[in-house]
Design a protein around this ligand. Sequence first.
Ligand SMILES: Cc1ncc(COP(=O)(O)O)c(C=O)c1O
Length: 420
Amino acid sequence: MSVYAYQDRQFWVESVSFQQLAEQHGTPLYVYSKRAILDDIRRIENAFGSIPHLTYYAVKANANRVLLQMIAGEGLGADVGSKGELHLALTAGFAPNKITFSGVGKRDDEIAFALEHRILAFNVESTEEIEVINQIARQMGARASILLRVNLDIDAGGHAYVSTSMRHNKFGLPHTRALEVLRWAAGLSHIEVRGVHNHIGSQILRPATFLQAAEAIAEVVQKLREGGVPVHDVDFGGGYGIQYHGFVSHPELPRETPEDPALSTAELLGPALSVLRGLGCTLSIQPGRSIVAHGGVLLTRVLYRKETAEKTFLIVDGAMNDLIRPCLYHAHHQIVPLQLNNAPHEIVDVVGPVCESGDFFAHGRAMPRMQRGDGLAVLCTGAYGYVQSSNYNARPRAAEVLVSGHTHTVIRPRETIEDL
Ligand SMILES: Cc1ncc(COP(=O)(O)O)c(C=O)c1O
């Protein structure tokens, strides 16, 4: 049986009914499936076949402590983007020598904290940052390993906010400057140059885009070596796209046609790996979404139906403060009923209670007719869901629950108004 399925017209995750979870813990509620996450990790690891590599989980995708412990337990490393994420990764059990620190704006105290804990490497993004890391490492009597994030000037497609490797983006240094910068960095007293890193964007759905990036980074590696800079490590970043449309199907649900064919990480990475494996480097990747997105569902409940001359609105108890992806990126999340009732389909806007027109989960969506009190599951919300939630409109954050087989555990309690 798949992780998510309708049985007796009730929607289930593993061996637990979503309806039961919604009743027991209230809504909005994030529910994660241990099996879905572990299966996705295995699929990613299998994509490498016999190629030696290290997968660093991008903690920014979902930083729940219990999920981090689970992922660390699978032997993965972690890529962190802040001192807070580093603290969480360390306390969740990721080995410091399997942690990298990425991000365009690392503070001095964050750099010192990372050096103190002897993480494997910093993925650096500017010459000023390298100078600061060198200075702090000198003061601490430490040596900092770095990988230079190169901007490959590749259009990874998708929403502009998740495309990170075009010339005009703030990320990395132009690939044309890699040799000059790393030659200089290699001469600094407290810096050890390990190699190069790229991360071209997120939710990338075409193997050809990764192949283009692999060919570009291979060219950078070759030029560095020709110029006398040894390259030991290549970190190929994250960004492996996942299926959002039509994730769950049932004869009573409207059919959702994907915009792009849903490819596995193995299919997305395959052509790129055929280039990267020949570089003679230690190879790593930093997936976030492809590890946790399918493993998470946001449960919400219909507060009101509102029919106007223009539209039918389903006003639900979840909002943009719980899941901002539709508002921020116009992201599509399939929304399905927790209970099927053979209801006719209708076109609705699914919106939250927050005082913004941007507070919506879906616009113009075909769904079975829903009533006040009905439960809904917003699918594929394990990545960039809870982590981007806020207290906007003084709304306490949702609880998080982890399902494993027949059992479930609250892995973060619901905030209360006293927590605000
Ligand atoms: C440096 C870096 N690595 C990895 C990731 C993870 O990307 P994804 O979740 O698309 O795999 C991100 C996401 O923004 C990132 O900025």
